[in-house]
Design a protein around this ligand. Sequence first.
Ligand SMILES: Cc1cc2nc3c(=O)[nH]c(=O)nc-3n(C[C@H](O)[C@H](O)[C@H](O)COP(=O)(O)OP(=O)(O)OC[C@H]3O[C@@H](n4cnc5c(N)ncnc54)[C@H](O)[C@@H]3O)c2cc1C
Length: 461
Amino acid sequence: MNTTLNLTELKGKFRGQIIERNDPKFNDVRALYNGMIDKRPLAIAQCANVADVITAVNFGRDSGIPIAIRGGGHNGPGLGSVNDGLVIDLSQMRGVRVDPTSRTARVEPGCTQGDVDHATHAFGLAVPAGIISTTGIAGLTLSGGHGYLTRKYGLTVDNLIEADVVLADGSFVTAGRDKNADLLWALRGGGGNFGVVTSFLFQLHPVSIVFGGPIAFDQKHARTIMQQYREFLGTAPEELGIFLGLKSVLSCAPFPQEHWGKRMCLLMCCYDGSEVEGKKALAPLLGKLPEPWFDWRGTMPYPAVQSMFDGLYPKGMQWYWRGDFVKTLTDAAIDTHLAQAAQTPTELSLMHLYPIDGAVHRRAGGDTAWNCRDATWSMVIAGIDPDPQKAGTVTRWTKAYWEAVHPFNLGGAYPNFMMDDEGTARLEASFGENYSRLAGVKKKYDPKNLFRVNQNIKPAA
Ligand SMILES: Cc1cc2nc3c(=O)[nH]c(=O)nc-3n(C[C@H](O)[C@H](O)[C@H](O)COP(=O)(O)OP(=O)(O)OC[C@H]3O[C@@H](n4cnc5c(N)ncnc54)[C@H](O)[C@@H]3O)c2cc1C
């Protein structure tokens, strides 16, 4: 393995910064969102523009070192970085151009979700994405992207119209409906396998002021809440984004002190509409549930609900994730969830069930690489704690919880909720019948598997 690189030529051609191991900024720049992952690249190429991306791809390929592509650096197993290789870091490329006439946005690959929401909100528009604003739009989009607007407007990939890509041979292509359509299909869920995306074109939707927030119940009522939520979801208007969580009330402001550290069942809502309509939409469910500990729904700009949890989940904590797609939530599955959630090892650890229905179900499985359109939820179990000493504890709890509930679930998971120790069979199950087609597209655009630091799809034989 190479441990030194001759970077003189690269630096001569590069407009952004090349950060090496002896650079005082190296440790800060290489740090990932998940503090459990500690990778030491040989160099980090912070690209300023597409020309830099082409230069970096050519340099990495010709040097024979592994290449990682970094957007927001939020990936669970840290696939935005690589030991002893080159990181193509896009975090400085953060432009967004909104076209209010066509209701589209051109987004550069270093943007966070918050960057995109900020830019589009000024026009009363939004693209569906995840629930924490610091997440990178690139990694989230390329593996799917689900959040509050998904029931009404689909996944983030369902709203991806076009992408510019630097391929493994250094060439630049645009993938759209009329050109390189196979590549666009693969980028809509197949992850960072096909090249470095340097620009995304998204379809936007009229979303501006929403009615949303958390409703927290004592976890002793969770069986009833989960059963009623299960029955309610299929009848709920698609304007209502609503996920369920088994977690704890954190021992800090603004949470009511009498509940600090207690286990709760959370309903987190975002209604795309007025308070009156939002209350009406949720009333059939709330009418069947006990009194909550607190109900903090309110009227707010969409970017406010999108960033509501940011402060609770800062960069650098220990995270271990496991996910599954869930089709039906049986009573036996609920009982298993409750037994596992009762053993949550830290206050931040959680289980969330995100709805995958409505607009997601209106597309056929083969329309995009993202395949699991007959699921009802995307489940994540995340063991989380700020203390590195707890890394083993949160990992063991997550794995045990997942092993207990997995038999009730579908075979695959949302790839963005997978670590890198789950094996190829899990990835194949996640893509189902799309897997072999993805392997074919990979063979066409990256036959030597240059881009392999990801949830890797091997080129077809
Ligand atoms: C706190 C938290 C909350 C989350 N909530 C949600 C949620 O609500 N909904 C949801 O859908 N997901 C959610 N996620 C998962 C998130 O989508 C993934 O972690 C995603 O990988 C993050 O993207 P990134 O750009 O920040 O990651 P990075 O670590 O930078 O990259 C992740 C992967 O994407 C690839 N990649 C990144 N940029 C490019 C590019 N320009 N071209 C090609 N490949 C690229 C990389 O190769 C790497 O494999 C959440 C994650 C966290 C940590």
